[in-house]
Design a protein around this ligand. Structure first.
Ligand code: ADP
Ligand code: MG
Length: 151
């Protein structure tokens, strides 16, 4: 299965899906998050962090671009929105080749630096509380993750 999707009715439900995903992640995994402002990319990352055992509160790293958290695995949380009109490389490969899990909000803005294999997560707003969360696996590693996730 290359793609899976869920409809969630609250931020908590979105976080639960991310938390379940987190249990299956390994060092070097990459998740890209796409979706409009307010769709729930940071909310999803908060759930992921919880699932990785991160104790600190996770906030949007828009101004710093990258924040790193300690958990069962390190979490590298990036928000590259500010790089929309730039081709600056802030040393992405250090993260993508690192021992942690990388999560990139607005990943489409750094397409040229992204490894091809990744789990693409797209979040669409249906209405104020409803979101469609779509996972699209690129590469065998991520296909396996999708197949291991229970409904
Ligand atoms: P982004 O990082 O994509 O800009 P945020 O995660 O910062 O978005 O904000 C999403 C907002 O939408 C939060 O205020 C969250 O509480 C709210 N929200 C409402 N319903 C949902 C849902 N089903 N899933 C995720 N977020 C939701
Ligand atoms: Mg955000």
């Amino acid at each position: 299965m290359h793609s899976r999707s869920w409809i969630t009715g609250s931020a908590e439900e979105t976080q639960k899906i991310a938390e379940r995903l987190a249990e299956l992640l390994m060092p070097g995994d990459l998740l890209t998050l796409e979706g409009d402002l307010g769709a729930g990319k940071t909310t999803f990352t908060k759930g992921l962090a919880k699932g990785l055992g991160v104790k600190r509160n996770v906030n949007s790293p828009t101004f710093t671009i990258v924040k790193q958290y300690k958990g069962r695995l390190p979490l590298y949380h990036m928000d590259v929105y500010r790089l929309e009109d730039s081709d600056e490389d802030i040393g992405f490969s250090e993260y993508f080749d690192g021992e942690g899990v990388s999560v990139v909000e607005w990943a489409q803005f750094i397409e040229e630096y992204l490894p091809e294999e990744r789990l693409e997560v797209t979040i669409r707003s249906i209405d104020e509380q409803t979101r469609k969360i779509e996972f699209h696996a690129i590469g065998d590693r991520y296909l396996n993750i999708l197949n291991e996730m229970n409904d």
